[in-house]
Design a protein around this ligand. Structure first.
Ligand code: ARG
Length: 577
């Protein structure tokens, strides 16, 4: 079952091609802005008429005539409007047929893509020297939503958690470990608060030149592969990853150890990258540093902007690793390689992508895309911090979310037992934090605000979770009607809701293509709004039998749609709240 939008787009594009005797036309079908313009409208005729220097209304009439004679079951009626828009009114019978199919086979709500791709998605990617902090929230959950959407559409996704595990900081940490822990048995304890451990190591590093010297020495030994140092380092990394995994678990994020793409993995490739760039004639020695200058990158004053590949002291950089990573990912035959990373790294990625293409580390067939996101701000409009100005640990933020939700749930519903309250608090709290983030356009900064995200009104997780639980409670009142079908759509509220449900497919397609999960959030919010209107205007349990059956079926499929949509966002629903 192709989505309504792409089905109509194909159908009308073909009719346009037939009328104009050309091979490629784009009907440019969109959902209509007003009910009087139909359910969908095709806007592509005007552009096509302009190209052929013909009258757009006339062309629109010809296209409509061609479509009418072809008699598509989905279309009830077509109208030409304004300068050459085609308004499309869909047939109730066809809509019901689709909806009933989706009711019996919910997977059909989102059809698999006709052109599956292999896609690498780099996301979360924290540095392992410290614990994950709030700055890692966005990349982790936006990335995970995109991954879920792509997989649902039938693409093959290769997750890449490009953790930072290889910089100079690790020399410092190893040195400190040797100093305080001595033997490795005490390690988990010492690292239970990774943040404090890091701070103490840093204090030692900053205050004791001898310690700093030993640390620098230790990085070199580590990076040259000294087995003893590697062992200590591995233990540190393992502990640090356990911290991340606890957060992933709490966040219901799908990353596992298998998805690691640690920077250390590229250690041996870095000198090869330098040699290959040299061979491609792209490398320039600039005061002893090896750089690539591409003409399209200029600084503020117009001076050429380098991408530094190797420092004067021989050390490699973040960019060098990323170039090696592009090459590895290409070798997996992926068509897209996505980087879900903070917008402040935009220039870095533009440069890395351009150099990768110039050096042929990636060919034209590979689309390299920086899926960037803005910063999470505090109420004061500055990057979110604790009162004392420290970064906030992600784990602590999430614990606070759950405890705030617990408070809320306990006030709202006192009949629940303790276990229920905890489950609800967990899902509502985590769902609220995730949804508040995912529902914003990812490219903008946003203000983190507990009271809005935990509100039961507006475009929030509690509102959607509550809508879902409410539908489920209606369905529980009629446990015998499990296999109902939708017979007729007699009310506009029923029809609007059913069309909306059938539009999940095109929204998910759009998210897979453009990577804006907020489109899916908006959709779910609108869907819930339409459900509420239906619920207020169309009595369900009191309706007589056939109508009741249709309405219960509409409830069931609405619940299913909400569930699927929230699941794609990585948000778990509740049967009862
Ligand atoms: N570890 C980096 C950071 O914390 C992010 C890595 C993003 N991915 C990449 N391929 N560069 O800033």
């Amino acid at each position: 079952m192709q989505s309504l939008k792409s089905y109509l787009n194909d159908l009308i594009s073909r009719a346009m091609a037939e009328v104009t005797q050309s091979d490629a036309c784009n009907a440019n079908v969109i959902t209509s802005s007003k009910p009087e313009f139909g359910d969908y409208q095709a806007n592509g005729v005007m552009a096509e008429a302009k190209r052929r220097k013909t009258n757009p209304r006339e062309l629109a009439n010809q296209v409509v005539a061609a479509l009418n004679s072809a008699d598509s079951p989905l279309i009830e009626k077509l109208e030409v409007a304004g300068p050459g828009f085609i308004n499309i009114f869909l047939s109730d019978t066809a809509l019901l047929e689709r909806a009933n199919l989706a009711l019996s086979e919910p997977q059909q709500l989102v059809p698999l893509t006709a052109s599956p791709q292999r896609v690498a998605v780099d996301y979360s990617s924290p540095n392992l020297a410290k614990e994950m902090h709030v700055g890692h929230l966005r990349g982790t959950i936006i990335g995970d939503a995109i991954v879920r959407v792509l997989e649902r559409l039938g693409h093959t996704v290769i997750r890449q958690n490009h953790v930072g595990d290889w910089g100079t900081q690790f020399g410092m940490l190893i040195t400190y470990m040797q100093e305080v822990v001595g033997d490795t048995k005490g390690l988990p304890n010492a690292l239970s608060d990774l943040e404090a451990f890091y701070r103490n190591a840093k204090d030692r590093f900053d205050s004791d030149p001898e310690f700093a010297e030993r640390s620098r020495h230790n990085v070199v030994r580590l990076q040259s592969g000294d087995p003893e140092y590697l062992k200590v380092w591995e233990q540190f990394i393992d502990e640090s990853l356990k911290h991340c995994e606890a957060v992933y678990d709490l966040l219901n994020v799908t990353l596992t150890r298998e998805d690691l793409d640690a920077e250390s993995r590229y250690n041996d490739d870095l000198k090869v990258i330098v040699e290959d760039l040299k061979a491609a004639d792209l490398l320039t020695d600039s005061d002893g540093a090896m750089c690539v200058f591409l003409p399209e990158f200029k600084g503020k004053d117009g001076e050429p902007l380098p991408l530094i590949i190797q420092k004067t002291d021989g050390g490699y950089l973040y960019s060098t690793t990323d170039l090696a990573a592009v090459r590895l990912r290409r070798s997996w035959d992926v068509q897209r390689s996505l980087y879900v990373v903070d917008a402040r790294q935009s220039l870095h990625f533009q440069q890395v992508f351009a150099v990768a293409k110039a050096a042929r580390f990636a060919g034209d067939e590979l689309s390299l895309e920086h899926v960037s996101y803005g910063t999470m701000m505090g109420k004061d409009g500055r990057p979110f911090k604790t009162r004392s100005g420290d970064t906030v640990k992600l784990a602590e933020l999430l614990e606070e979310a759950v405890s705030r939700a617990y408070q809320l749930v306990s006030e709202k519903n006192q009949d629940l037992d303790e276990a229920q309250k905890q489950t609800i608090a967990q899902r509502v709290g985590i769902g609220a934090v995730k949804y508040a983030d995912l529902s914003k356009n990812r490219t903008s900064d946003y203000i983190f605000d507990w009271s809005t995200m935990l509100s039961f009104e507006g475009n929030t997780a509690p509102y959607l979770l509550y809508a879902y639980a409410r539908i489920k409670s209606i369905l529980r009142k009629e446990p015998d009607i499990t296999s109902s079908v939708m017979g007729d759509l007699n009310h506009v509220e029923e029809r609007d809701l059913v069309i909306k449900i059938l539009q999940l497919a095109e929204i998910v397609e759009a998210v897979g293509k453009d990577c804006y999960p907020n489109q899916l959030c908006n959709y779910l919010f609108e869907l819930s709004g339409l459900f509420m209107r239906f619920y207020e205007n169309c009595p369900i349990l009191k309706a007589e039998s056939a109508v009741k059956e249709t309405r219960l079926a509409i409830c069931a499929i609405t619940a299913n749609t909400l569930h699927q949509g929230l699941d794609l966002l990585g948000i778990e629903t509740l049967e009862q709240m």
